[in-house]
Write a protein that binds this ligand. Structure first.
Ligand SMILES: C[S@@+](CC[C@H](N)C(=O)[O-])C[C@H]1O[C@@H](n2cnc3c(N)ncnc32)[C@H](O)[C@@H]1O
Length: 395
């Protein structure tokens, strides 16, 4: 299956593609079929055993985790999922290593001497350096020099394998679904300056530039390889006016009131709570009155059933995403209020995936007056995925 269609993509040989297809199939099997068998084991065997001992069902994700982790079904699921995750990277790293000279020369041509704004003295924060985030060898910042884009290319093709087609062509389903939803829900909102923080390779930045073609879109990240690759990737897709810059979202270089929208996707759960507070405060500082801060994220535990909370917390324990549970245990409304946003200006949505449900479903969701309805596919890479997002309007 070829998920990436843009010109910057690494090109696997037939054998490499077959291997990647196998890993996609394995991940789909683990996350759909085996996950459903594990849930069945929980409902028919594990939860009833817990209830016999405690005279009540497990009340939180942590209780479900404690109840299930000695079970053979959970061990099988987890072992296969960890190894499938390692195989994701194993199936793309050799492709990118072989392709590196070609990719670097394409990127140099595409950037035309006007690449991302990088900083020689930039210090990567420890949330990126201390662990191999989601088992990506060397994490996001691994680099052997100023032109090294390989980690960006590995991330791109790795995410394509990881998501087995559920993130859309060129992996932009989150950005495309949410940008369409926001444009439908707020037809009078016309942002002139949009900032995407923690953009990695800008795959979910590009849809904002498409939906708001008159806007200047800026995408920042701390990791240079993704920015070098992402800048060329966006230019080769004709993705519009996107400026990529190396910057820490907890201390932005921009003056107060310089953006109409601050967006992030799948970003906050990789930060400490202290960093999250700083990101929110910075977003509020750089937003103009009437501007929107919007974060797409995994849905919060306080709004989920105990089993679903456990299911999405799995990555915190077994996939080198050490901050994700602490983030998911927060109530997003309170995070926004803590940063100074008026609680009356809080918003949250569940947006149907454009690729899975189609444009009409996104438009219908945008027209609905109700607040969020989370279900057990929200945030999961499963058939029928939906994207959760939350944020606040600046007064
Ligand atoms: C999971 S990726 C985000 C992916 C992307 N936004 C998407 O839509 O899929 C997390 C990104 O956050 C970046 N990051 C981590 N800490 C950061 C910080 N303090 N400031 C800016 N970027 C940061 C990492 O380098 C990484 O590229």
């Amino acid at each position: 299956m070829l998920v990436l269609k843009h010109e910057m993509r690494p090109s696997p040989t037939a054998d490499e593609q077959a291997r990647q297809n196998f890993v996609m199939g394995l991940r789909s099997f683990v996350l759909n079929d085996l996950a459903s068998d594990m849930r069945h084991a929980y409902e028919t065997r594990i939860a009833p055993a817990f209830a016999r001992t405690h005279q009540r069902p497990p009340a939180t994700g942590s209780e479900v985790h404690r109840a299930i982790r000695g079970d053979a079904m959970f061990a099988l699921y987890s072992a296969l999922r960890v190894n499938a995750q390692r195989l994701v990277w194993d199936s793309v790293i050799p492709v990118v290593a072989r392709e590196r000279p070609r990719l670097e020369s394409i990127a140099a041509r595409a950037s035309g001497g006007d690449g991302p704004a990088l900083r020689d003295d930039f210090a990567l924060p420890s949330n990126v350096t201390a662990v191999d985030v989601h088992l990506l060898p060397g994490s996001y910042g691994r680099s052997d020099g100023r032109h090294d884009l390989t980690t960006g290319a590995i991330y791109d093709q790795g995410l394509a394998v990881f998501s087995f087609g559920l993130m859309g062509d060129n992996l932009d389903d989150i950005g495309s679904s949410i940008a369409r939803f926001i444009a439908g829900r707020y037809p009078d909102f016309a942002p002139r300056d949009i900032l995407d923080v923690g953009c990695t390779i800008g795959h979910n930045t590009a849809p904002w530039a498409r939906h708001y073609p008159y806007a200047t879109v800026t995408a920042i990240d701390v990791a240079a390889p993704g920015l070098i690759y992402g800048d060329a990737r966006a230019k080769l897709q004709g993705a519009g006016n996107i400026r990529f810059a190396q910057m820490d979202a907890t201390k932005l270089d921009y003056p107060d009131a310089s953006f109409d929208m601050v967006f992030s996707s799948m970003f906050l759960h990789e930060l400490s709570l202290k960093q999250i507070d700083a990101v929110m405060r910075e977003a509020r500082r750089v937003l103009r009155p009437g501007g929107l801060m919007l974060h797409m994220e995994l849905p919060p535990n306080p709004q989920m059933a105990a089993y679903d909370a456990f299911y999405l917390d799995w990555d915190a324990y077994y996939n080198e995403e050490p901050f994700s549970k602490a983030f998911r245990d927060q109530e997003p409304r309170k995070l926004c209020a803590k940063a100074g946003f008026d609680p009356a200006n809080y918003v949250q949505f569940v947006v149907p995936s454009l690729g899975f449900f189609g444009a009409q479903a996104v438009d219908d969701a945008a027209a609905m007056q109700d607040e969020t309805v989370l279900d057990d596919n929200t945030g999961r890479l499963a058939d029928g995925v939906r994207w959760f997002c939350f944020g606040a309007w600046q007064s």
